[in-house]
Design a protein around this ligand. Structure first.
Ligand code: ATP
Ligand code: MG
Length: 194
């Protein structure tokens, strides 16, 4: 059998650990993230928030999404942009949004170009990840979507925060030249800032 490269091996290992978390651990993690954000004065004025619909044991943001909707804030989720070659876009996600199953079987909004927002208009992007290290290096699912997007963002807006379970921390991410490090990561036990 061909050997997986180190990044692929890490993805496989950490995804398995993440998927093994119990429903209670998942719930407690979701509640912890909600509390960090609700207590963060920076978060209160933020109106346009991009996040993700969890799968594969990713930290579930359903509680946060409901909270944002109740506060009248605008929620966006990443979709692969069918009008562009291999680019991700952020698409409005409302309680009333018609959904269809994506390639992971997760319901996501049906693409409508009018509901796509330019990333620079967002106040906050909550980014998923597979593994991270104590320097803020990030390993994603392997599509390069966030790397390409984050490479275009400069300055303080939008604020980008990676979200992960504690078990997703590894000693050292074997970084590649195109990987975009994160300046902030929140896990249930810690708010990392670099
Ligand atoms: N800024 C960029 N410009 C062009 N290609 C890029 C850029 N960033 C990443 N890529 C390409 O994307 C591919 C996947 O990158 P990588 O393995 O780092 O994905 P990832 O960080 O795990 O995924 P994601 O960013 O979607 O979470 C690489 O082969 C790389 O060539
Ligand atoms: Mg990368």
């Amino acid at each position: 059998m061909p050997q997986l490269d180190p990044r692929q091996q890490l993805r496989k290992q950490i995804r398995l650990q993440r998927s093994a978390l119990s429903p209670l651990q998942q719930l407690e993690a979701s509640q912890a993230i909600l509390e960090y954000l609700q207590d963060d004065p920076e978060f209160i004025p933020m109106q346009r928030v991009a996040l993700y619909l969890a799968f594969d044991g990713e930290l579930d943001l359903s509680l946060l999404i409901n909270c944002l909707w109740q506060q009248g804030k605008q929620v966006y989720v990443p979709l692969v942009d069918p009008t562009k070659n291999g680019e991700m876009c952020f698409h409005r996600y409302q309680a009333s949004s018609p959904l269809q199953a994506n390639r992971f079987g997760i319901g996501e909004p049906i693409f409508d170009a009018k509901q796509v927002i330019d990333a620079q208009q967002l106040d906050l992007i909550l980014a998923p990840l597979v593994a991270f290290d104590s320097q803020g290096n990030r390993l994603g699912m392997g599509g390069g979507y966030y790397d390409r997007l984050l490479a275009q963002i400069s300055g303080d807006k939008p604020l980008v925060i990676g979200l992960a379970h504690d078990c997703q921390q590894i000693n050292e991410v074997p970084v590649q030249a195109w990987d975009q490090p994160l300046k902030r990561i929140i896990t249930p036990s810690r708010y990392w800032c670099w």
